[in-house]
Design a binder for this molecule. Structure first.
Ligand code: UD1
Ligand code: UDP
Length: 393
């Protein structure tokens, strides 16, 4: 039996009565994009609170979307791999992260590397760890859409990461079952919830919205508004354009409704957004919102429309109805609990769903007592305590 993890310089944590309570681990936390930073922040704080050494590494796959979050969540960045370049390819990100991370894995010799979700950064981190025989912990494990091509490339990334992970931190029981059905050992799967809910609770409790968000809400006073986000690669081209055209026509056809669209900095998204919405009254194309502002606006929107993964997880806590702009979802819990409706890549279904949510408030009323299937706000502390337990492999 091999006990993992142990590093050459691992100390032991001392419990309140002075007895050793487990190894003090050096854990490399790798994150690169907006959602990874939001979801990693509570985990990094929980690891430090539990007495572990968290080495915080960003690939900087995102730059504009990432650094404000590092500041917001008061994260220390120990290493920045500086990967982002405009219009980067998936292979650029993958190869650059593996190449830049490898010497750090050698010099730091972490006991474990943690990755989150399904981004190219997460795939690169898991692969680099696997090649160096460093155990990998996967946060948000077990999500599957069932279609290898959608979301692209995330569905394949998460399937491949599952092959390499030592710890699988599943958000829900359904995610756990998926992993077991794929042959992952039950001892390696832990249902912890998703730390995005920890981040959401912390932010709503501790942070005030910015004056700019207050001003925007003031300007919208008296109007219902729809909050839109869209950025998925598999929707680029006609799918995204058709969805935006339906939203534009809906806003034109209804008085007293506005659209607020924080536009993702991906040039593909910006181009279609400015082309479809030029000269559209009551449509506000704005920069991506700081996290606390996004939550503030989202909890006051009449309707959320999004293809985002994180927004599907947050909507049940915000208790706002969400129309999901996707062909399928790896987060069916949001649909099952009533918070989300999946419209597929079908402009007519989007049109019908918008009209339906506009004409009746019954969907809103159903959400007033909802509890969130993705977590209770204590996922990060569970992850930190599971990592402290020596693993028999
Ligand atoms: C990535 C993730 C996706 C996640 C999304 C979150 C992959 C394969 N995709 O997609 O799973 O949902 O992040 O937003 O990892 N850009 C900037 N500034 C930024 C960020 C992006 O200018 O701060 C622009 C750049 O031109 C960049 C492009 O957006 O080339 C695309 O960024 P990239 O990280 O490659 O993919 P996303 O579409 O953001
Ligand atoms: N978000 C934000 N500002 C915005 C739009 C979204 O802070 O203007 C947050 C949102 O609350 C969620 C996360 O970004 O937590 C989702 O990120 P994104 O949609 O980029 O990625 P995905 O979740 O689809 O991978």
């Amino acid at each position: 039996m091999i006990l993992l993890p142990t590093s050459p310089d691992a100390n032991h944590l001392i419990s309140a009565n002075g007895a050793p309570s487990g190894p003090r681990l050096r854990i490399l936390c790798l994150f690169g994009t907006r959602p990874e930073t939001i979801k990693f922040a509570p985990v990094i704080h929980a690891l430090e609170k539990a007495g572990h050494e968290s080495v915080n590494v960003t690939s900087a796959q995102h730059r504009d979307l990432l650094y404000p979050l590092v500041k917001l969540f008061n994260l220390r960045l120990d290493h920045d791999l500086g990967v982002m370049k405009p219009g980067q390819s998936l292979n650029h990100v993958l190869s650059r992260v593996v190449e830049a991370l490898d010497p750090l894995l050698v010099s730091l010799a972490p006991d474990a590397i943690l990755v989150q979700g399904d981004t190219t950064t997460a795939l690169a981190g898991a692969l680099a760890g696997w090649n160096r025989r460093i155990p990998v912990g996967h946060i948000e494990a077990g999500l599957r859409s069932g279609d290898a091509h959608s979301p692209y490339p995330e569905e394949m990334n998460r399937r491949v990461i599952s092959q390499m992970a030592t710890w699988h931190f599943a958000a829900t029981e359904r995610n756990r079952r998926t992993l077991l059905d794929e042959g992952v050992s039950a001892a390696a799967v832990h249902v912890t919830g998703n730390p995005v809910i920890d981040a959401l609770h912390w932010t709503l409790k501790n942070l005030e919205p910015s004056p700019e968000a207050g001003k925007l809400l003031g300007e919208l006073a008296g109007e219902r508004f729809i909050l839109l986000t869209t950025h998925r690669r598999e929707s680029f081209g006609q799918v995204m354009r058709s969805n935006l055209e339906v939203l534009r026509d809906f806003i034109h056809a209804h008085r007293n409704v506005s659209l607020v669209f924080p536009v993702h900095p991906n040039p593909e998204v910006k181009a279609v957004a400015t082309s479809v919405f030029q000269n559209s009254p009551r449509v506000r194309l704005i920069d991506p919102l700081p996290y606390q502002d996004f939550l503030h606006l989202a909890s006051r929107a009449h309707l959320l429309v999004s293809d985002s993964g994180g927004v599907q997880e947050e909507a049940p806590s915000l208790r706002r109805p969400l129309i999901v702009l996707r062909e399928n979802t790896e987060r069916p819990e949001a649909v099952d609990c009533g918070a989300a409706r999946l419209i597929g890549n079908d402009p007519e279904a989007l049109r019908a769903s918008l009209e339906n949510a506009w004409l009746s408030d019954s969907w809103h009323q159903q959400l007033s007592t909802l509890s969130n299937p993705y977590g209770d706000g204590r996922s990060a502390e569970r992850i930190a305590s599971i990592l402290a337990v020596p693993l028999a492999v």
